[in-house]
Design a protein around this ligand. Structure first.
Ligand SMILES: *Cc1c(COP(=O)(O)O)cnc(C)c1O
Length: 314
């Protein structure tokens, strides 16, 4: 297997992110709940996309790109962080977003305005239309360009979360359960593969906040990332668990998710978000109530960021 350190990588974030116990919530749920603070990754308002972008933008630079494109919904945290990273690297960035969700100057749209980001919308439900538009705009620009997929969720981006699993192992604590939100799949696939490689005995759970077929997407991405690493591992659907926490729809707040946002704010002074981490933490609370954790188990929740959404989505 190749070392992760052999891949080109830019330093965009502040790592390792802290891990600490949530004492009040642990007492309330009768479980040992810890949190991995990827809301404190250092770029923008923090979040998981920084780990992926360290690999993706290094690849873009190495290939000579001067212009980067990415996409997502109107309130995409990934798009906002890509613009923030590109600005720091002195690269041009154009966001071509789906005209879905809150397009007003709120949340991530406001942050993009502050950065002077070139944001464009396409009225479509199909990302294929967006990637086509990127090629049209990219060719017309006359400079070498690089397309980052929605959520940065390809095999190279997922390496950011394989590395996060390695980072958790190096932090010296052992966990029985590792829980994260799953939106486009790269984070979960990276963690599930990373756990196989670096965190034996840790079970990984993806809390689905969208309706895509993650039972297919997750192992496919895991296999692609394993191939990049030349890792000799067999991936099956037993390597992870999924739970549907989407509620009324992607980027539409759910009652359970909002209750989890309030719980974390009141008990721990930490802000989750309504689109991803609130729904994911609601899944953790449900699992605790169902008796999924033994009292001696240690549960690690990945706080993947998303603060911008708090100011745009109710
Ligand atoms: C994108 C995102 C996720 C989901 O990660 P994926 O790799 O897209 O599945 C989770 N939390 C936040 C805050 C995000 O922005």
């Amino acid at each position: 297997m190749k070392s992760l350190d052999t891949f080109p990588r830019l330093s965009l974030g502040l790592f390792p992110t802290p891990i600490h116990r949530l004492d009040n919530i642990s007492a309330m749920l009768g479980a040992n709940v810890y949190i991995k603070r990827d809301d404190l990754t250092g770029l923008g308002l923090g979040g998981n996309k920084t780990r992926k972008l360290e690999f993706l933008l290094a690849d873009a630079k190495q290939k000579g790109a001067e212009l980067v494109f990415t996409t997502g919904g109107a309130q995409s945290n990934h798009a906002m962080l890509t613009a923030a990273a590109a600005g720091r690297l002195g690269m041009r960035c154009i966001l071509i977003l789906k005209k879905r969700g809150v397009t007003e100057c709120l949340g991530n749209q406001l942050l993009e305005k502050l950065m002077g980001t070139d944001v464009r919308f396409v009225d479509t439900d199909d990302y294929a239309d967006i990637y086509e538009e990127m090629d049209r705009v990219g060719k017309a620009s006359g400079v070498p360009y690089y397309k980052i997929p929605c959520g940065g969720s390809n095999a190279l981006g997922a390496l950011g979360y394989v590395d996060c699993a390695r980072e958790i192992a190096a932090q010296g604590m052992r966990f029985d359960h590792l829980i994260c939100a799953e939106g486009s799949g790269g984070t979960m696939a990276g963690l599930a593969l990373g756990a196989k490689l670096f965190l034996p005995g840790t079970k990984v759970y993806g809390m689905m906040v969208d309706t895509d077929p993650f039972d297919e997407i997750t192992p496919a991405l895991m296999r692609e990332a394993a191939a990049l690493l030349d890792a000799d591992v067999e991936i099956t659907n037993d390597d992870f668990s999924l739970r549907d926490m989407c509620g009324p729809g992607y980027a539409i707040a759910s009652e359970a998710g909002n209750a989890a946002v309030r719980l974390m704010a009141e008990k721990e002074g930490i802000f989750l978000d309504p689109v991803y981490t609130g729904k994911a933490f609601a899944g953790l609370v449900e699992m605790a109530r169902e008796g999924a954790f033994r009292p001696e188990d240690r549960v690690l929740f990945l706080h993947s960021g998303g603060a911008g959404g708090l100011f745009a989505i109710e």
